[in-house]
Design a protein around this ligand. Structure first.
Ligand code: NAD
Ligand code: IPM
Ligand code: MN
Length: 369
């Protein structure tokens, strides 16, 4: 067996553990198919880490992530720690991990699967063929700028700060990706109001000279949120700051049909992490109803990052087959729905080329009774 990469597995909270189990099934299927041997090491992260250690990102987890070739993350956040005024919260662990690993580029691909077009709340002709990718800056901006309150607690502030090099490094990544796609890059900002956005434009304009084949355009964030729904096929690569990218990507999930479909890769110069765009979906936790597609496709993004493209395409292909055969979890609103673990089993079987069991409408109704 070929010894391959070492992967830190941080399942986290809520549906994080459920979708991670399906992601690992897919990875193990790839191992079996190609006789690989990935080393997986689990670590505590988020609410569960607070419960067990008092810290959402224990040193042991950070050490594990630092030493790994990649991190797989499920999701963090629990109702127990949902109160935003708490001093210690699960979200601090995720933000701390991204910062510590230097993961400046968060890459979030969006596409409308043919079979799902009819299930989206948006009109079919608008979303048919939509296929774009968001480059979200991940360790700067208002998430990490100076923040606080004044002494008598009558004022609070968060500052949106960007250094030139923070914009340059992600801009290069976005332009390079645009070169392999439709060669269109749209910078989304609020340059009509914010100085930091004007600085983004100035910096990106200079970098654009190194990529003359890429058509650079600009949209204000307010207009971009509207255009994304009105004309999603008009986008190719979107480059944007941390907070804008967070909001735009959840909105973009409506094009695909569910937040449970969107994977992401977070890349730095030394480390990489792969996680769904969605959170821990506490209302869905423990019910085996979550859509594990985002997690499974995050595993595929990890394999691509390792240069294992054929293996990544095997996973993509299994997901495409599920969609084409209407094998879906309930969030997508199909006639017959599959549980999170059933979906994972089918993806595993498809990767291994095994026969799959498709439920008939009668069987699905019978299992409900
Ligand atoms: P959420 O993404 O967990 O859920 C929002 C809605 O999206 C859900 O109500 C559900 O309808 C749908 N959804 C999300 N994932 C799904 C899936 N896999 N399958 C089917 N439907 C899915 O966002 P939220 O409710 O605002 O936040 C819950 C917790 O998750 C909070 O603590 C938040 O901070 C955290 N969070 C974590 C991450 C992360 O770990 N990267 C990301 C976002 C939110
Ligand atoms: C995401 C999440 C996180 C973010 C939260 C949980 C800190 O919403 O990954 O999109 O805002 O980046
Ligand atoms: Mn988010």
């Amino acid at each position: 067996m070929k010894k391959l990469k070492k992967i830190a597995v941080l399942a986290g909270d809520g549906i994080g553990t459920e979708v991670m189990a399906q992601g690992i099934k897919a990875l193990r299927a790839i191992e079996e198919k190609y006789q690989y041997n990935f080393t997986l090491e689990e670590g505590l992260m988020g609410g569960i880490a607070i419960d067990k250690t008092g810290n959402p990102l224990p040193q042991e987890t950070l050490d594990l992530a630092m030493a790994a070739d990649a991190v797989l993350l499920g999701a963090i956040g629990t109702p127990k720690y949902a109160d935003p005024t708490l001093k210690v919260r699960p979200e601090q662990g995720l933000l701390g991990l991204r910062k510590a690993l230097g993961l400046y580029a968060n890459i979030r691909p969006i596409k409308a699967y043919d079979k799902l077009v009819g299930l989206s709340p948006i009109k079919n002709d608008r979303i048919q063929g939509a296929d774009f990718i968001i480059y979200r800056e991940l360790i700067g901006g208002v998430y990490f700028g100076e923040s606080g309150r004044n002494k008598d607690n009558t004022m609070a502030y968060d500052t949106m700060t960007y250094h030139r090099h923070e914009i340059e490094r992600i801009a290069h990544e976005a332009f390079k990706t645009a070169m392999h796609r439709k060669r269109q890059l749209c910078l989304v900002d609020k340059a009509n109001v914010l100085e930091s956005s004007r600085f983004w434009r100035e910096t990106v304009d200079i970098i654009a000279r190194q990529y003359p084949k890429v058509k650079l355009s600009y949209l204000y964030i307010d207009n971009a949120t509207m255009q994304m729904i009105l004309n999603p096929t008009g986008f190719d690569v979107i480059l944007t700051a941390n907070l804008f990218g967070d909001i735009l990507s959840d909105e973009a999930s409506v094009i695909g049909g569910s937040l449970g479909l969107l994977p992401s890769a977070s890349i730095g110069d030394q480390h990489c992490l792969f996680e769904p765009v969605h959170g821990s979906f506490p209302e869905g936790a423990g019910k085996d109803i979550a859509n594990p597609t985002a997690m499974i496709l995050s595993v595929a993004m990890m394999l691509d990052h390792f240069g294992l493209h054929r293996e990544a395409r095997d996973i993509d292909h299994a997901i495409d087959t599920c969609m084409a055969k209407s094998i879906m979890t309930s969030d997508l609103g199909p006639e017959v729905s599959y549980s999170c673990s059933q979906f994972g089993d089918i993806v595993e079987a498809l990767i291994l080329g095994e026969e799959i069991k498709i439920k008939s409408l009668e069987q699905a109704n019978a299992s409900i009774i």
